[in-house]
Design a protein around this ligand. Structure first.
Ligand SMILES: Nc1nc2c(ncn2[C@@H]2O[C@H](COP(=O)(O)OP(=O)(O)OP(=O)(O)O)[C@@H](O)[C@H]2O)c(=O)[nH]1
Ligand SMILES: [Mg+2]
Length: 289
């Protein structure tokens, strides 16, 4: 018997699929590499399916099946697969309305470098980014490191999973949409999702007192349905976001405020994101791009 559904979690050679006909039913399905066409001429997929992929499955009994077909993606967000040689890409999630770039104000400190890399990737894949700054309960008066992004027109949500501050506005925005929550380990992605949608999300873990970094508590990305067509994907904290398809020469176009001045032959070195632009450019150059 064939059914349709959405990929929830991906393991080596297997994936959990949530069935359309009954969202409470998860089926563990096998997949084969060969059955999925290459989506990119330059980069090979680390895994043929990603959370959010729409699939047709053949069911064996009530709990097992095999993936027969993967539907073309509306969009997807990918990065260079970490720890792999060659042009291997890791698709974080597919068929998205929002990429929620999740950071914390402290523990760990707000990281504009990672925000900028995600903004480049969401621009390239034409997915709307939302910037969330969690742990606002740790703020000193007047702390406002995300102002720069608000001034550039991005939607920012300062929140606290601990006190609940700001969560209603975020929840309203996510209603009826599919969103992936990405960011460093320990910023509070799983805590926030549990506050927003209930306790079924997963384990949370303390940030190391010694390094101020998270301990990679979430280990596998997971799509969860939260009713009213609301879906979200919790992901493991990432250390780095290696960009695909962006050359050092084109990079400035992803910093529109710098690019605009460059086109007018005006100086732009004084703008806040100039340093970040230079750092990412140097990284791309060192990768030989
Ligand atoms: N002070 C404060 N701590 C928070 C807040 N939200 C989460 N935390 C704490 O931050 C730590 C990390 O939270 P997690 O939800 O596990 O973080 P994560 O982003 O899911 O981490 P990974 O799964 O490793 O990627 C936990 O000890 C939480 O209790 C907050 O709003 N304020
Ligand atoms: Mg987590």
């Amino acid at each position: 018997m064939s059914s349709t559904g959405v990929i929830s979690e991906v393991f080596p050679k297997m994936a959990n699929v949530i069935l359309d006909e009954d969202e409470t039913r998860k089926v563990l399905c096998s997949y084969r590499r060969g059955q999925i066409v290459d989506r990119d001429s330059e980069w090979r997929e680390r895994s043929p399916v990603a959370p959010g992929d729409r699939v047709t499955v053949h069911l064996y009994g009530s709990k097992d099946g095999v993936i027969e077909e993967v539907a073309p993606r509306r969009n997807f967000i990918s990065r260079r697969a970490p720890g792999r040689e060659g042009k291997i890409m890791h698709t974080i999630a597919a068929n998205l309305d929002f990429v929620v770039i999740t950071s914390s104000l402290h523990q760990p400190d707000f990281s504009p470098g990672l925000v900028d890399r995600f903004l480049i990737a969401t621009t390239a894949s034409q997915i709307t980014p939302l910037i969330v700054i969690n742990k606002m309960d740790l703020a000193s008066p007047g702390e406002y490191p995300w102002k720069l992004y608000e001034d550039l027109g991005y939607r920012c949500f300062p929140v606290s999973s601990s006190t609940g501050e700001g969560l209603n506005a975020l929840k309203e925005t996510l209603r009826g949409k599919t969103s992936v929550f990405c960011g460093h380990s320990g910023v509070g992605k799983t805590s926030m999702l549990s506050e927003l949608f209930g306790d079924s999300v997963g384990k949370t873990g303390a940030v190391s007192g010694a390094t101020g970094k998270g301990k990679h508590t979430t280990t596998v990305s997971k799509l969860i349905t939260a009713g009213e067509n609301t879906r979200f994907i919790d992901t493991p904290g990432i250390k780095e976001f290696g960009l695909l398809h962006v050359s050092p020469k084109e990079l400035i176009q992803y910093f529109p405020e710098l690019y605009e001045l460059q086109l007018r032959h005006e100086p732009y070195e004084h703008l806040p994101r100039f340093e970040s632009y230079l750092r990412i450019k140097a990284a791309l150059e060192s990768e030989g791009r």
